[in-house]
Design a protein around this ligand. Structure first.
Ligand SMILES: [Zn+2]
Length: 164
């Protein structure tokens, strides 16, 4: 399945439209795969060491798999050994939002997408400098685009615009 196809099936997915998205869970269920729905909307957690992104060193940007919001850059990713893709800083202050999570008898800070409110993971204060934070994120709700591919796509689009 090409990326274009999956995007047309998910009309809320856009890397250019930054408007906030508020849909009912009923609507989300129609748009998302069961795996993504469980984590993003039911605040599930993927099995540790199951994400292909955990050990990825590729250079590029990680987006919200639900809405296309840019979340983390690859240069803020680090090997935490916790079993999930880990970052020390989001792309911008508004790319994620936070909430207190007291479930499972723990006192944690939940991290959600700043655009669509999907559950992403948790943030802990045992990360590396400069922030000292560890964003522990479910790979299922991440979409990765290599910097090189993003650049090529952008150039192809510019070319198209010049030659209609
Ligand atoms: Zn999102």
């Amino acid at each position: 399945m090409s990326k274009d196809q999956s995007e047309s099936e998910k009309p809320v997915y856009s890397a250019t439209n930054a408007e906030k998205i508020a849909l009912s869970n009923e609507e989300w269920k129609k748009r998302l795969s069961p795996e993504v729905y469980h984590i993003a909307r039911e605040k599930g957690t993927e099995r540790p060491w199951s994400s292909k992104y955990e050990h990825s060193n590729e250079i590029g940007t990680y987006y919200c798999a639900v809405c296309g919001n840019a979340l983390f850059e690859s240069d803020t990713k680090f090997e935490s050994g916790c079993g999930w893709p880990s970052f020390y800083k989001p792309v911008s202050k508004n790319s994620v939002v936070y909430a207190h999570d007291k479930t499972h008898g723990m006192n944690r800070t939940e991290v959600m997408c700043g655009k669509c409110g999907s559950h992403l993971g948790h943030v802990f204060d045992d990360g590396p400098p400069p922030t000292g934070l560890r964003y522990c994120i479910n790979g299922v709700v991440l979409d990765f685009e290599k910097a090189k591919e993003a650049e090529e796509k952008y150039e192809a689009e510019q070319e198209k615009k010049e030659k209609p």
